[in-house]
Design a protein around this ligand. Sequence first.
Ligand code: TXA
Ligand code: MG
Length: 344
Amino acid sequence: MKTQILPAQQDNTAAIAAEIIKNNGLVAIPTETVYGLGANGLNEAAVAKIFAAKGRPQDNPLILHVADASDIEKFCHSIPQSAYQLAEAFWPGPLTMVLPARDTVPKCTTAGLPTVAVRCPDNAVTRQIIRLAGVPIAAPSANLSGKPSTTTAQHVLHDHDGRIDAIVDGGPCRVGVESTIVDLTEERPRLLRPGGITPEQLISVLGDLVIDKAVVGQINPNEVVKAPGMKYRHYAPQSEIVIVTGSREKAAAYIRKHITQQDRVLCFEEELELYKGCNPLSYGKESDASTLSAGLFAALRTLDDPAISKIYARCPEGGGVAYAVQNRLKKAAAFHIINGEEEG
Ligand code: TXA
Ligand code: MG
């Protein structure tokens, strides 16, 4: 199959993409977080194609993308007031809510769970495609399973050329890490995945938030977790990643002492000087975490090279969007973290 590239600004793009969705084909869609691999979320056969194209485990459910907040009533029941408050505050935007699913949502979309994840993305052409198709679009991140997420149309083409019908090219994604996921099906709201909507922002609306253990630590593959996707090794290039913590100088001293010819350094722009001669790659500014979230996955893709043996990475600290960057980088590193202050 020939994969068509449809520029987002082209007049007939939304109509062409919607037609493919209606015919149960696969279209990669731009969103403010990452590119999604979209299909008709109400059709079993269309959704099955997503799992096949990505090589995604069947027990990992998909997010349903809607064009308007009011659409969630078609796919969810027992919707708490907090869901409407969050939609009012943050939609369209990088927030996904887990709610009880109606029978209209097929089992392959929810991976058999009684709940469904819903999100209204902040991208005009994508919402237009959903409206014209007349169905919600189920879409995981468009990367091959396990690989760093796709933040440009070129990344999607790299992973899926000839395997999907079309890619809508909306340019590089603004946020760069996947949406925040909050589960509203229990007594207390629970953060399942940090993202562009920060824990602080959620608490400002909800007044309360439990942080799921899958957000902060390594999960045993046999453990039952709330967001099935969070237990898999993720976002990772082929080579091992080691996060080195500590002050700029101490971390650089540790890395410079241990680095070999086959290794690379993934650091902040402010640190490039400290790694002269080590071929460092910066993914953004430590002083502006939104540049780190926007640059992380593209940098991990650049470093996805069999010739590289180990990647020494610097990770931002603190809350806000930096919290989501930490989560992705720690998962990519399988929580392998060295303290540059203590190690010689
Ligand atoms: O920003 C995003 O969310 C992107 C764009 C394309 O919208 N999508 C995305 O989808 O990141 P994906 O499939 O890569 O990640 C979805 C995560 C997975 O960890 C999955 O297990 C979890 O959401 N999830 C989906 N449905 C769920 C449910 N009913 N309950 C708990 N977790 C769910
Ligand atoms: Mg993903």
